[in-house]
Design a protein around this ligand. Structure first.
Ligand code: OSB
Ligand code: MG
Length: 363
């Protein structure tokens, strides 16, 4: 068995601006496991800076190489790995990368597509788009293009002072589309007047309006506005999802497998949402073609009831590292039916994007 990491840096076609910063490229840690003729892959959703989450590529690589690798020497099933990894507090992005690698490996060993191991599928994933911050005029143009392309839900990034004007402009132009707004934690409860003014735009939800790790204030806010609250950053594992729904902090959750510890925890969060009469969808972190496969496989499950941030690869990169990118048709994407994640990795291109690599385990 041979486990390596490669850090790839792929320029984004369009810089992605959120309330926490602007991203120009996706710099991702990829894990590559070779054993008995099988090659399994995964991607860590951490980035170069700790702005979205406290984890970044350096902390993730440290946790993976110094602590997590010892748990997978016998290539356990993903659930066994999760139990072992509980000894390590937090660092769920690092844990998720390893957990997802084990899922791809397990599915490839069984010679079945990953989605078939996850639960009842519907055969396709309803697709939404996440549009970055820009001038209101440019954002309306982007929304127009996205509606034209067939996206089933449009989400726009907002920040303090860049919110009501753009939402109003979009609603004027498109009174009926499924629209949401992602604040990435830029507000506090003292902004409730602004947040209340959003009620009239009938958003399907507002995503992560308050602090990145808060539940209490989100519960208070949920009772003060009519827009449903969706949590992203605050939900780092199934326990947090349970707390959030119990407290009424949210009625919708954005599940990113790479943020919550992997596929197993994602499935748990989807059932927690359902048990509480809530909703869930699969988010994204501008993943490369490898990470996207995991997201799309989850997004195609019946347990996931809202369209996700699972745009086709061509939206992010001029040339992605897979030879079989996802294509969106009529607003849906079909999960890969090859073994495991089903990505045909362009090894040459991957090599050319690699800025750092190393050996993690050799037996
Ligand atoms: O908050 O959902 C977010 C991208 C990077 C970090 C955080 C977020 C996002 C997105 C893009 O909204 C989702 C995607 O298209 O991958
Ligand atoms: Mg978000």
């Amino acid at each position: 068995m041979d486990l390596r990491f490669k850090v790839v840096r792929i320029p984004l076609l369009v810089p992605f601006k959120t309330s926490f910063g602007t991203q120009y490229a996706r710099e991702a840690i990829l894990l590559i496991l070779r054993n008995e003729g099988i090659t399994a892959y995964s991607e860590c959703v951490a980035d170069v800076d700790p702005y979205y989450s406290y984890e970044d590529n350096e902390t993730a690589l440290h946790i993976i190489s110094d602590f997590l690798v010892q748990f997978i020497e016998d290539l356990p099933d993903p659930d066994t790995f999760c139990k072992r990894a509980r000894q390590i507090r937090g660092h769920n992005m690092a844990k998720a990368a390893v957990e997802m690698l084990l899922w791809d490996y397990a599915a490839k060993k069984k010679e079945v597509p990953l989605h078939s191991m996850l639960g009842k599928g519907r055969g396709f994933a309803e697709t939404g788009i996440s549009i970055g911050l820009d001038s209101p005029a440019k954002m309306v143009k982007r929304v127009e293009a996205a509606v034209e392309t067939g996206y089933r839900r449009i989400k726009v990034k907002i920040e303090k002072g860049m919110d009501l004007e753009v939402l109003s402009a979009i609603r004027d132009r498109f009174p009926d589309i499924r629209l949401s707004a992602d604040a990435n934690s830029c507000y506090t409860l003292s902004d409730v007047e602004t947040l209340r003014k959003m009620d009239k735009y009938e958003l399907v939800y507002i995503e992560q309006p308050l602090e990145h790790d808060d539940l209490v204030h989100h519960a208070k806010l949920s009772a003060m506005i009519s827009t449903p609250v969706c949590l992203d950053e605050s939900i780092t594992d199934p326990g947090k999802a349970e707390d959030a729904f119990e407290m009424g902090a949210c009625s919708v959750v954005n599940i990113k497998p790479g943020r919550v510890g992997g596929m197993g925890p994602s499935l748990k969060i989807a059932s927690i949402a359902r048990e509480h009469g809530g909703h869930c969808w699969i988010g994204g972190m501008l993943e490369t073609g490898i990470g996207r496969c995991f997201n799309v496989s989850l997004a195609s499950l019946e347990a996931v009831d809202y369209p996700g941030d699972t745009s086709p690869n061509e939206r992010y990169f001029a040339k992605d590292i897979v030879l079989n990118p996802f294509r969106m048709e009529k607003g849906v994407i079909t999960p890969n039916n090859g073994n495991g994640i089903g990505a045909e990795v362009d090894e040459k291109l991957l090599e050319s994007y690699t800025v750092r690599n190393g050996l993690l385990l050799l037996r």
